[in-house]
Design a protein around this ligand. Sequence first.
Ligand code: FAQ
Length: 313
Amino acid sequence: MELKKLEEIFQHKIDNEIKIEPKDWMPEAYRKTNIRQISQHAHSEVVGMLPEGNWITRAPSLKRKAILLAKIQDEAGHGLYLYSAAETLGISRDEMIEQLHSGRAKYSSIFNYPTLTWADMGAIGWLVDGAAIINQVMLCRTSYGPYARGMVRICKEESFHQRQGFEILYVLSQGTDAQKAMCQDAINRWWWPSLMMFGPTDAESSNSEQSMLWKIKRKSNDELRQQFVDMIAEQVKVLGMTLPDADLKWNETKKHYDFGAINWNEFWNVVKGNGPCNKQRLNARIAAHQNGAWVREAAIAYAEKQKNKHKAA
Ligand code: FAQ
């Protein structure tokens, strides 16, 4: 079929909310953008296990430990769904992992911050998973079929994550003065980095315009960030805590909260690899991959053995 006709069919599907599926023709740039976004999303889920993994052995009770373990394992599962979704676009998991390890692929800036106290587990669940949900609910309607379907399940699990995080902070907020202070300190440290998760402002966002036209993204970075601020500014009242922003104020005309300026220098510095934990995170992932080589080899050998057995039978 000639190129023009293929482009027309593709555009017709986008215009009419018909999902693009792996075997459908798609513009090369659409394929590449999806590979970029889905693989970076997968890397974020997997690198995102590290800050919380830091607290598994120090959780304050057996019950808290079991919940945290389950939550972190969910993140590993999200990584797997997403790597699989990206593979349907013609890239292998090995290639994606290599891009992460060599520093060519990005992952979310948020996971380059340290987890200093138990309250950080609450702040991550409430703020980081909270920001992730706002972004990912829109991705349940993204135009690429396997990504959209993966996101539906991921969002269900993220909702549990956010609630468990809020509950950790809620318990601390009802505790001793020291526990209350620990809760406030975690909120103070995670607030601004959480706002940065949504990416640069719309004016600075290089990919947004095209991604919105292709319906890969359904809402802009700034729109989603505002939605998040509006939600958290109300929820923080239930905790009896505050957000570290003197400019945060309800704007009756806009029917939204106004908020202060984000430190974009800090954001780009972290994205470029110079955040507090970038090197530590990447080294941990590389070491885990190298240490897991024997598992991959054993799995391949086992699959080979099973194949030969079936052939012989
Ligand atoms: N960090 O043109 P845009 C989670 C890059 S999962 C680092 O606006 P785009 C679950 C961007 O890649 C969190 N880099 O880009 C969890 C681009 O560079 P490139 C991850 C960032 O793609 C919770 C450049 O800046 N979620 O938290 C960031 O249109 C707890 C220009 O930006 C997703 O990945 C950043 N924050 O919009 C796990 C969701 N922001 O690639 C464990 C899917 C931007 O051209 C524990 N992704 N950049 O070299 C998306 O929705 C989009 O990719 C955005 C960025 C909204 C993140």
